[in-house]
Write a protein that binds this ligand. Structure first.
Ligand SMILES: [Zn+2]
Length: 113
């Protein structure tokens, strides 16, 4: 399962931060998940507890903050929110869009005990 692999990467990342920052436990993990990231929030939630077993984030809560996709429209010369990759742009209907945000999956915050 793709999401389980992502959560195992997250466990590795948290372990690296712990080695650097020397905290003991993580109470809450906040993840920013872009709508274009191909990661299903419910599957991430499902995979999270087992991926965190035996780490400093075992038993932590997981918060997922959805991120709307954004693109630069070369017709309007402005940033627009898009529903999916490849347009059309919501303002002018142009397909001349460059995706700028929405495919990210990153740790937004770690709440420590
Ligand atoms: Zn436009």
């Amino acid at each position: 399962m793709h999401e389980l692999a992502l959560m195992q990467e997250l466990a590795t990342l948290i372990a690296e931060v712990q080695a650097r920052e020397r905290f003991s436990r993580v109470r809450r993990v906040t993840l920013a998940v872009g709508a274009l990231s191909c990661a299903e929030p419910s599957a991430l939630r499902f995979a999270f507890p087992s991926a965190m077993l035996g780490t400093c984030a075992e038993g932590a809560d997981l918060d997922i903050m959805p991120r709307p996709p954004k693109a630069w429209c070369w017709q309007c010369l402005t940033e627009v929110e898009i529903a999916q990759r490849g347009g059309p742009g919501p303002r002018c209907g142009s397909e001349d869009l460059a995706v700028r945000a929405g495919d990210e999956l990153k740790v937004e915050a770690l709440e420590l005990v």
